[in-house]
Write a protein that binds this ligand. Sequence first.
Ligand code: XIL
Length: 346
Amino acid sequence: TASLNQAARKRNMRFGSAYAWSPPGADAGSFANPDYAALLERDCGILVPENEMKWQAVRPSATTFDFDRFDAMMDYATRQGLAVRGHNLLWHQPKWMPAWERNHDFGPDPKAEGKRLLIEHIRTVMGRYKDRIHSWDVVNEAVSNQDGTLYTTALSDAIGSAEATLDLAFRTAREESPDAQLVYNDYMSWEPDNAEHRAGVLKLLKGFRDRGVPVDVLGVQSHIGIFEDRPVDQLAADYTPEWRDFLDRVTGMGYDLVITELDVRGDALPADVTARDRAMADYAHAYLDVMFAYPQLRDVLVWGMCDKYSWLQNRDPRADGRPKRPCPYDASFRVKPLRGAIADAF
Ligand code: XIL
């Protein structure tokens, strides 16, 4: 079968995946693991670093940067002729900022020091890669899924408000790379318990427009999952109207869409692998059909190609303790129905 990226190209989109750094040959979802690299090279036109561009990774202290790992990942992508997305320039939640940020001495003029730190960060990271990276998650997950409000961090307290901090991040990014695609990325999804989160994201996106903040795209992470013991087509039929309403409002404000981190959980499904894989593939297909109805959708990326290395293995284990199967390839690198569903949806 043709590669997923070739299928995507027919719709003028790209298909891609997250990838990681590891020492050569390590058993990891890394370009340096030949089994994993084969999947990337088979199906992808664009890659995104899973963790290696986050503040913790590239900024071990307020005064130092370390690009060794990401540089190696970038070299690999360049050798393979693959595009790369930037993820991310600011993950605006206290728990995802580096520990040093909480203890940082913002000095006598905290606002000036806060702005300086953020601007320096964005200019340094973007500036280093802007010839190769044209799509950036400038801000990641700034909206609380509990009540739709914006998180605050030590950095945003120093700058004065979360809003001012996010605005500054996007304005700095636009200055640094005027033609780049600037993305606000979040996980609000189509499952019903996301109403507060979606409302908060809409409010943020509206605010960006009102204040003239340069944001081009809503990154729809798409960590979707079956959490109810009902047929997939019923779930999809139930979830679609509210989800469409959300996407209509987002695109109505002039935002494009990118699926940035697709994977599928099947927590409510029985252990049987064949039935589980089929249901998750059908669910993803139904979801993609809704998304593909929007001409504003630009690209589709999954958060990992292979079940073995999925971040979800370490989160909310299944009640029966079985490994999860969220990705297009299984733990033995064999094609799963999810890959077929993605190809078919394109
Ligand atoms: C996750 C990584 O996959 C994990 O390895 C890490 O421990 C935490 O972050 N939304 C995002 C991604 O925007 O950065 C997250 O990645 C997954 C959820």
